[in-house]
Write a new protein. Sequence first.
Length: 266
Amino acid sequence: MLLGPQLTKGNGAGGNPLKGEKAARESVEDLKKKFKDHHMVFIAAGMGGGTGTGASPVLGRALSELDIIKIAFVTLPFPHEGNVRMRKAKEGVKQLEGAVDTMVVIPNAKLKPLAEDETLTNAFGIVDKVLLKGVKTVMDLMFNVSHINIDFGDVAAVMKKKGTAKLGIGESSGENRAIEAAEQAIETPLLNNVQGIDGASGVLVNISASKDSLGLMEVEQIMEYFREQAIDEAHIKNGITYNDELGETLRVSFIATGLKSPTDGM
């Protein structure tokens, strides 16, 4: 939907976060109507410009009035975009952090190894794909579970008013595939701006493998690995998906919340 049609006349915010904020405020009642019957909303935004930086916190606060779980995936600018844009982005992250339940911050600089030989257009396309991958990881945790279920209540318990989140996906095969997949998931470089999951207050873990290959001890290994890093009172839940197409590969996906804020030190 078009935000602030009277203010912007459809011409965007011109890189001005204040104009983006005013545009969202103009349309805030329409936003509430659009999402009033939803239980969860994902907010994806590139920070540093006008619309994402200025409008996303307004949307977050508006949805709070409707008791909707709000999960934000936001990116920080590439270094070459300059200090002014980065300052705007960091201020936008601080504003949005107080308006959503859970937020994942992705610095575009972490995408450089994937985009070194790409055109500028393709590089920004990679950014979009990373944001989509983040959203898909959360959705898969809820819907791609067949044997042990992770339901919406589990997601709400882990993500409602939990602040900074980290998520990841890891795969491995062979004798030590369980612990290797868990380690790889936590070390996923693209979807995180925080190191490790020490101090997490909530963790959802989904383990995928073929039905005939997944062992009880593998599940125990993976869950113990996550439990050791979370706080003692953490809400931890695991799901199991049987997927025979994986063959001898084991896949671990997770989301951990309640982590140190990415705005600390900004």
